[in-house]
Design a protein around this ligand. Structure first.
Ligand SMILES: [Zn+2]
Length: 225
């Protein structure tokens, strides 16, 4: 091969590469601009990859378990490590990583019924009185095509109207909150503890001692946004 031919061959290879890049680059830019408005290139890349891997989660919403839900998350968020000494509530009897999200009530709601709604289409699997909760309901449903069990804690047990094994519709009222500092809430303030446990097995633990175990739970706030 003459050096001229080698030169042509290299030129053709370079042109092919440029063509390939031209083909892909505009598409990627479109994706980035539609999914992220961040200026920093590194952040754009990170945001884009996050969106790509978590698209089902980001697109799936749950119904509000309580009116004005997101504004009520003021004390115990998902994963918060709580001890009787550092807790945002007192008295505190628990120690561990919070497996759910707490939705608080207003002073004006202490003597009125505060309705609690199913967050997904599913089946009521448990209603019982449990230590630490008072009345608790558990619903089995699917979120992002994955089985989960949803724990609604501190309910007035007698107000849980659906029967066990009955189907629930997202947004359907299932109960009202128990009266604060009574047996209905097992002595806790009037609030909703909402836990979402991965899989079909029922686990109503409100706290775990090992941080890694939080991986078995889903933060409801991420599904409400
Ligand atoms: Zn809680």
């Amino acid at each position: 091969m003459t050096s001229k031919k080698v030169g042509y061959a290299i030129a053709i290879i370079i042109l092919l590469f440029l063509g390939v890049f031209d083909y892909f680059l505009p598409n990627q830019n479109q994706k980035v601009s539609s999914q992220a408005s961040t200026q920093n290139t590194n952040q754009i890349v990170m945001t884009t990859s996050t969106v790509t891997t978590s698209t089902p989660t980001a697109n799936t919403k749950i119904s509000e378990p309580i009116s004005n839900a997101l504004n009520r998350v003021t004390k115990k968020s998902f994963g918060l490590y709580v001890t009787p000494k550092n807790s945002p509530v007192s008295p505190e009897k628990f120690t561990g990583y919070h497996t759910g999200v707490d939705f608080e009530t207003l002073p004006s709601e202490q003597n009125t019924d505060v309705p609690i709604y199913a967050i997904c289409d599913g089946t009521l699997t448990v209603k019982e009185y449990a230590s630490g909760y008072g009345g608790v309901a558990v619903e089995s449903c699917k979120i992002n095509n994955a089985d989960v069990t949803v724990i609604y804690g501190h309910l007035r047990l007698s107000s849980i109207t659906p029967k066990v094994n009955e189907n629930l519709k997202a947004g359907e009222q299932i109960a009202v909150l128990g009266t604060g500092y009574s047996t209905e809430t097992d002595g806790e303030r009037k609030h909703l503890h909402l836990g979402i446990h991965k899989g079909k097995s029922i686990n109503i633990l409100g706290y775990v001692q090992n941080k890694n175990d939080l991986g078995n739970w889903i933060n409801a706030v991420t599904l409400l946004r």
